[in-house]
Each structure stands twice: as C-alpha cells, then as structure tokens.
Write a protein that binds this ligand. Structure first.
Ligand code: PEP
Length: 268
C-alpha cells in the first residue's frame, strides 16, 4: 500500500450548533490571524459551521483570500422541493462548501438516520462535486460487546454503496467512536488505528489498493492538541474531525500544528 505521506492530512472543525454568524466571523478571523502558510502546506484545514453561518464564513474567507476550507455538517437527501427545513447539496455547493459531513453520530442518534439515507446523502454531495466526510463509529455497548469492527464496516459498506472507485478515492471517512465524542474519553491511538486500518482494508477489498491508498481516513472523538501527535503517528490515520476543541482557536491551531510537538508524529 502507498505510504502515508501521499495523503495530505485534513483537520476539520465541526462547530456543531455553536456560533451565530457574528461569532463565526470572529472565530474564523482568529484562526486566520494565527494560521500561516506553513500550516496550510502541511494540512488541509477546514471549518464546518452551522448552515446559517456559511455565507458569512464564505465571504470572509474568499474576500480575504484565506487558505481555510469550509463545509457543512449535514445535507438533505432530496435534491429540491417541498422539504421544509432542509438544505440541499445544490445550495451548499453554491456557498462554496468543499466538505459535507454525512452520518455524524448525532444525526444517527437524534434524527434516526440509517445507512441507506446516509448513502443517499453521500451521493447528493458527490453529484455537486463536494467531498463527503462519511462518519462511522460504534456506541459504547457495541465496543464493550466486541462487535465494533463489524458495525463500522457495515456502516462503511452502507454509506459507500453504489459508489465507484474514483468517487471513493476522493472522499473522507471519519472514524468517530460514539463513546469518545464530547466525553473527554479519547480512544487510544492503537484503538483508532485498528479501526481505521480495517476501514482501509475494506476499501481496498472492494475498490482496490490504489483507491484505498488515496482515500483519507480521519479519527474523531475528544481530539485535543496534546493527544493529536500520538493519533497522527498511526499509519492509517490521516487527520482529525474535531468537535469541542474546534471552538477554541488556540486549541484548534495547536491540533493543526501537531508536528511541532516532539513525538513520532513529526515524521509525517
Ligand atoms: C465530533 O462531533 O465530530 C467530535 C469529534 O466531537 P468532540 O471532538 O467534541 O469529541
């Protein structure tokens, strides 16, 4: 398999339902003041604000020619029409979104999204030339019972159903164990690597080694500046989906600069 350095790391901040559009501008500006060219050469860095902030964030980033990328946290499975409250992929593409999350565990849990619906969302995102970030991950009881690899691979197969190798090669999978999201309970780097490796092997089995070597696989779940270097030292982990810590600009920049800490992760 191609060595890890072929894949550019991605650090994406999932702001969840935090920050109105004024606060979003302030946070984006703080990131822009701190992040420098070297940071953007080393990793793709993205923010995923709530829908209502997207236009403001887009205007700021484009107007100031910032190198930050941006995207959305969800999308409708429908293309257009009488779906009150929904936001379509066409609308997100028009707002310059590069990434869109699909299947975040909070959507699966609170909105009962299943793999078939998430698969439709992934297809909607791809149709509009944006990059899906397919989120997979097991709840605590599944981890404790030992069936976590099976569940994650089932979510992966379901989410990617019907996609071709080129589409899979360009997308992002985020492994986010539910028990580690917002709990402060970070998976060990070895736990995260085990699942990310299994995800890459499954992609390889279905779409071939070249596809698996290109797709980016992130870890998410209580990532902070101090645990990021060890996570990034693992060979199948290409970055992080960051929730709570992405709301703190200093912490988020520290995560993006994981290489500056003296650990084996500096090799990447
Ligand atoms: C997330 O919501 O995607 C997430 C990883 O959250 P946190 O970093 O707060 O655990």
């Amino acid at each position: 398999m191609t060595p890890k350095p072929a894949r550019k790391p991605l650090v994406a901040g999932n702001w969840k339902m935090h920050n109105n559009h004024f606060e979003a501008i302030a946070l984006t500006q703080k990131l822009a003041f701190t992040l420098v060219d070297k940071d953007f050469s080393a990793a793709d860095i993205a923010v995923l604000p709530p829908f209502t902030d997207l236009r403001s964030v887009q205007t700021l980033i484009e107007g100031d020619r910032l190198q930050l990328l941006w995207g959305a946290q969800d999308v409708s499975a429908h293309e257009d029409g009488a779906y009150t409250g929904e936001v379509s992929a066409r609308m997100l593409a028009k707002l310059g979104c590069r990434f869109v999350l699909a299947g975040h565990s909070e959507r699966r849990q609170y909105h009962h999204e299943d793999d078939a619906l998430i698969n439709t969302k992934v297809k909607r995102i791809l149709e509009r030339a944006m990059t899906p970030v397919l989120c997979v991950g097991e709840p605590l009881e599944v981890r404790q019972a030992g069936g976590y690899l099976e569940l994650v691979l089932e979510q992966l197969d379901g989410g990617l159903d019907g996609l071709n190798a080129a589409q899979v090669a360009g997308l992002v999978v985020a492994y986010e164990p539910v028990w580690a999201i917002g709990t402060g309970e970070v998976a060990t780097p070895q736990d995260a690597q085990e699942v990310c490796h299994a995800v890459r092997r499954r992609i390889s089995a279905v779409h071939g080694d070249a596809t698996a070597a290109t797709a980016r696989i992130l870890y998410g779940g209580s990532v902070k500046a101090d645990n990021m270097p060890a996570i990034m030292a693992e060979p199948d982990i290409d970055g992080a989906l960051v929730g709570g810590a992405s709301l703190d600009p200093g912490e988020f920049v520290g995560i993006c600069r994981y290489r500056d800490q003296s650990t084996p992760a500096n090799q990447r």
